[in-house]
Design a protein around this ligand. Structure first.
Ligand SMILES: [Zn+2]
Length: 187
């Protein structure tokens, strides 16, 4: 109970210092900007994959300039969860920084987990699946098989995300639920 009280206190305290203007919820009021906007994410409900999620976000941050991923549970519009789902991992997202990403334990054992987290994050940044692509492409997901350990977007994918975020949070976005309907697992 004390822990919960402290957590609430910590969240309340941190919320005071979090600027709300840059969040997706303020998109209608925010004019387009050339500066990178920040998408805040929360790993609280995906403790097993916390470091993989952080690495996947860092990989995106190292390749794109118009949007930045920052972990901040109290300001988060993008939340990661983990568990077991017969449909595998999925992303329920507007493709523009909001939503939930679910990491399936079974797939996380089969595939390189940073590739999974970075791939799912790619959906939250607006990219669709392209399973027929090579391992060098992040959004080819499980297509190249379980041996693929590339967890970085290629230059085409990075350019696409930069153009999707050229106007920051401005624009209207369609909510989608994207399941990783992978080819039959190898091995
Ligand atoms: Zn996907």
């Amino acid at each position: 109970m004390l822990r919960k009280a402290l957590l609430s206190l910590a969240l309340a305290a941190s919320a005071v210092f979090v600027p709300l203007s840059g969040q997706a919820s303020a998109e209608e009021a925010s004019p387009p900007t050339a500066a990178a906007v920040t998408v805040y994410f929360d790993t609280t409900s995906a403790p097993t994959y916390r470091s993989a999620i952080r690495q996947g976000a860092a990989n995106w941050n190292s390749r794109v300039t118009n949007v930045k991923l920052v972990e901040n549970a109290s300001a988060a519009t993008l939340r990661y969860r983990e568990g077991n789902d017969s449909r595998g991992s999925w992303a329920s997202t507007d493709g523009h920084g909001r939503g939930t990403i679910f990491i399936d334990h079974t797939q996380a054992r089969q595939y390189y987990v940073v590739r999974i987290t970075a791939h799912e994050t790619g959906h939250a940044l607006g990219l669709p699946d392209h399973y027929s692509g090579p391992c060098s492409e992040l959004m080819s997901g499980g297509g190249p098989g379980t041996s693929c350990t590339n967890a970085y977007p290629n230059s085409t994918e990075a350019s696409r995300v930069n153009s999707l975020w050229a106007n920051g949070f401005a624009g209207t976005y369609e909510w989608k639920v994207i399941y990783e309907q992978l080819p039959v697992a190898v091995g």
